[in-house]
Design a protein around this ligand. Structure first.
Ligand code: 5AD
Ligand code: FES
Length: 364
């Protein structure tokens, strides 16, 4: 079947998706053009911001791909205190970002739960309930997720990393704290509590095939996610997966494959929020803008205080680590306009998909 014929179909099969993910030349252009028009028709050309606060790089986990894994002794560990986090939130509020995303290494402790809880309450107070808050703090107990939800967090990002259990177990240690079913269960609990739930995968991992990636997109559709963040896998020399660096696709291929994943997902899920991830910018200076052009609608400008940025290196050559939040603020608007989009300031920019589901639930 031609790409043209596939794009006409109301639903894609796994083999359709594999074909879309393999598209090159004119076929790839057709895919990108179609995804751009689907986005424009369903959610328009506004890009929403989430000021990204990398709160701590202390992590209890040991994912085999991640630069801040517990066993990497070469990382300078830091944790922002509550005041530093609040300063960043105030910056986002004053600059009309609309939302922030608080990300952290995974820590399960009453002190950590409480710290996030205090920050949530203080943020709502500081901004008269106006700032939107996404959390990305890994797997937590149902009770913790509920506490945070009740204190004002309304979106949660937890990447499945791979929806194929076999691949998941190749990129994580095989123990209780890196368990595929537990992760899946955490996603289910988040949804049940009422969060807008985001997931995602890394693209171009060792051992990963196009069939795995097609299954990842089908998983997102089936789970009915509200948001997605996908980025290219970028090898980090202080991690076990670095041993497979010679088996990887070249960086520019991983980059293009990520764009095809984003475009295909946009066609499959017309009104979800899709992030133009920082990892794309690591490979291509205007990588995030390219993602916006073909389907993404969310940017996460880094507003972590400058002095800590080098230490939050999940992968190498992360961009903007030598900048302050102000520098980034100035370039965002220009960059978004360059690709004929506009920034949605001072609004939450919630997932339209989530809102639509809520309306249907209310009616029935
Ligand atoms: N390359 C790309 N992305 C990575 N992440 C972690 N390590 C890497 C890497 N080496 C991603 C994971 C995680 C998110 C916070 O960062 O998908 O969920
Ligand atoms: Fe921290 Fe994976 S290494 S969650």
């Amino acid at each position: 079947m031609s790409i043209h014929e596939i794009l006409e179909k109301p639903e894609f099969t796994k083999s359709d998706i594999v074909q879309l993910l393999s598209a090159s030349g004119e076929d790839e252009k057709l895919l990108f053009k179609h995804a751009a028009s689907v986005k424009e028709k369903s959610i328009g050309t506004t890009v929403y911001l989430r000021g990204l606060i990398e709160m701590s790089n202390v992590c209890a986990k040991d994912c085999l791909y991640c630069g801040i894994r517990k066993s990497n002794s070469r990382v300078n560990r830091y944790s922002l205190d509550e005041k530093e986090v609040m300063t960043a939130i105030e910056f986002a509020y004053k600059n009309r970002y609309g939302s922030v995303a608080i990300q952290s290494g995974e820590i399960n402790s009453p002190a950590f739960t409480d710290k996030i809880n205090q920050i949530l309450k203080a943020s709502k107070k500081l901004t008269n309930g106006e700032i939107g808050i996404t959390l990305s703090c890994g797997e937590q107990s149902e009770e913790t997720y509920r506490t945070w939800f009740e204190s004002g967090a309304h979106r949660y990002l937890l990447r499945i990393e791979s929806s194929t259990e076999e691949l998941y177990s190749k990129i994580h240690p095989n123990d209780n704290s890196h368990n595929f079913s537990r992760r899946l269960n955490a996603l289910r609990i988040l949804k049940e509590i009422g969060y807008q739930v985001g997931t995602g995968v890394m693209v171009g991992l060792p051992f990963q095939t196009l069939e795995h990636l097609a299954d990842d997109l089908l998983f997102m559709k089936d789970f009915d996610v509200d948001m997605c963040g996908m980025g290219p896998y970028i090898e980090h020399k202080d991690t076990p997966l670095y041993a497979y660096k010679d088996d990887l696709l070249p960086l520019n291929e991983r980059f293009k494959l990520t764009l095809r994943m984003i475009a295909t997902l946009r066609i499959m899920m017309k009104d979800i929020n899709i992030v133009a991830t920082t990892a794309l910018q690591t490979i291509d200076k205007i990588g995030r803008e390219k993602a916006i052009q073909i389907g993404a609608n969310i940017l996460m400008p880094n507003i972590t205080p400058g002095k800590y940025r080098d230490s939050y290196a999940l992968y190498e050559n992360k961009p903007c680590t030598d900048e302050n939040a102000d520098d980034c603020k100035n370039c965002i608007d220009v960059r978004v306009h360059l690709v004929n989009h506009q920034v949605g300031y001072a609004v939450w920019g919630d997932s339209q998909h989530f809102k639509r589901k809520q309306k249907i639930n209310k009616k029935s």
